[in-house]
Design a protein around this ligand. Structure first.
Ligand code: AMP
Ligand code: MN
Ligand code: MN
Ligand code: MN
Length: 275
C-alpha cells in the first residue's frame, strides 16, 4: 500500500514549518503521496507545487471550515483545480469571513476581561488569524498559563471564542470542492465532541451534498473509533482518507507519515488520482 499523508499544515495557516520544510520532512518520513492542507487557503500547496521535482506525488489540498447542525466541521478538499477562478473567488470570501470572525472572537474575549486582543487581530493581517494564534497571544501576554487553558476556557468547542456563524454550511463547502473537481473529506471525525447519532446526521448531510470520504482518526485514537469510522464508510458508501494533521513538533502524536492502515473492505480516496 502506498504511504500517503493527506492532511497537514504549514506556516500558510497554523503550522510551524514552511511549506518547503514540510515537504522535506515528509520525504524523510518516506511519504509517497502528499497533500498540504492549510486552513482555508491553497497558499501552502502553491508555494511548493510549481518547482517541486522530488520523489513524492504532490496533491493540491485545503482544509475548509464549515458548520453543520450547529457544529464547526472541517472539510478537507483534495485534488482541486487550483486554477478554477470561481473556487479562487470563493476562497477569497472565506478568508474575509475568517478576518471578520477573528475580530468578533477578539471582541468577545475583551468583554470577558482579556486585554489587547482586538489590536492583536487587527495588526496581524499578513495571514489568516486562527484560534491558535489568539491562544498564543494570550499565553505570550501572560493572560493565560497555557495554550491548553486558552482553549479549555475561551476558545474550544462550545466556548465563547468558538465562533462559527461566519462559516458556510457544510453542503455549500462540499459543493465548492466538487465544483473545483476535487474530492471532499470529513476531517478528524473523532474530534467534534458530539454523539454518534449526531455524527451520523452530519454524515447524511455530507453524503447528500456529494461528499466522498471520511478521514481515519490518527494513531493516538482508539482502534475502536477507527473501526467505527470504517463501518460508517461502509454504511454510507464512502471512501477513507488518511492524514497526520501535523502542525508542529509540540504535538508528538501527530507526526508526518504516521497514519493508520486502511481497514479491510473500504477503498482509499486516492484511487482516483494516484499516478
Ligand atoms: P480555527 O481555524 O481558527 O477554528 O482554529 C482551529 C484550529 O485550532 C485547529 O485546526 C487546531 O489546530 C487548533 N485547535 C483546536 N482545538 C484545540 C485545542 N483544544 N488545543 C489546541 N489547539 C486546538
Ligand atoms: Mn489547525
Ligand atoms: Mn481540522
Ligand atoms: Mn487540520
Amino acid at each position: 500500500m502506498i504511504v500517503a499523508d493527506l492532511h497537514c499544515h504549514s506556516t500558510a495557516s497554523d503550522g510551524q514549518l514552511s511549506p518547503e520544510a514540510l515537504v522535506e520532512r515528509a520525504e524523510q518520513a518516506n511519504v509517497e503521496l502528499f497533500a498540504i492542507t492549510d486552513h482555508d487557503t491553497l497558499a501552502g500547496y502553491l508555494d511548493v507545487a510549481e518547482h517541486y521535482n522530488g520523489p513524492m506525488q504532490l496533491i493540491s489540498g485545503i482544509e475548509l471550515s464549515s458548520q453543520c447542525l450547529g457544529i464547526s466541521m472541517h472539510i478537507v478538499g483534495l485534488n482541486v483545480n487550483v486554477n478554477d477562478v470561481l473556487f479562487q473567488q470563493r476562497l477569497a470570501e472565506q478568508l474575509n469571513s475568517r478576518k471578520e470572525r477573528a475580530l468578533q472572537i477578539a471582541q468577545k474575549l475583551e468583554k470577558l476581561g482579556l486585554k489587547g486582543v482586538v489590536n492583536f487581530v487587527s495588526d496581524n493581517d499578513e495571514r489568516p488569524v486562527s484560534r491558535p494564534d489568539i491562544a498564543h497571544y494570550l499565553v505570550e501576554t501572560n493572560q493565560v498559563p497555557s495554550i491548553k487553558r486558552a482553549f479549555d476556557r475561551y476558545l474550544g468547542a462550545g466556548k465563547p471564542g468558538d465562533v462559527k456563524q461566519f462559516w458556510p454550511e457544510l453542503d455549500k463547502i462540499v459543493g465548492w470542492i466538487k465544483d473545483a473537481g476535487g474530492v471532499a473529506i470529513i476531517a478528524h471525525p473523532e474530534s467534534y465532541s458530539i454523539t454518534r447519532t449526531k455524527l451520523r446526521r452530519i454524515i447524511e448531510v455530507f453524503v447528500e451534498a456529494g461528499g466522498d470520504a471520511l478521514e481515519l482518526p490518527h494513531e493516538a485514537q482508539t482502534a475502536d473509533f477507527t473501526r467505527y469510522v470504517a463501518k460508517l464508510c461502509k454504511d454510507y458508501n464512502l471512501q477513507v482518507s488518511v492524514g497526520s494533521d501535523f502542525h508542529s513538533d509540540k504535538q508528538p502524536w501527530r507526526q508526518l507519515g504516521r497514519v493508520p492502515a486502511i481497514p479491510e473492505g473500504v477503498s482509499p480516496v486516492w484511487e482516483g488520482f494516484v499516478q
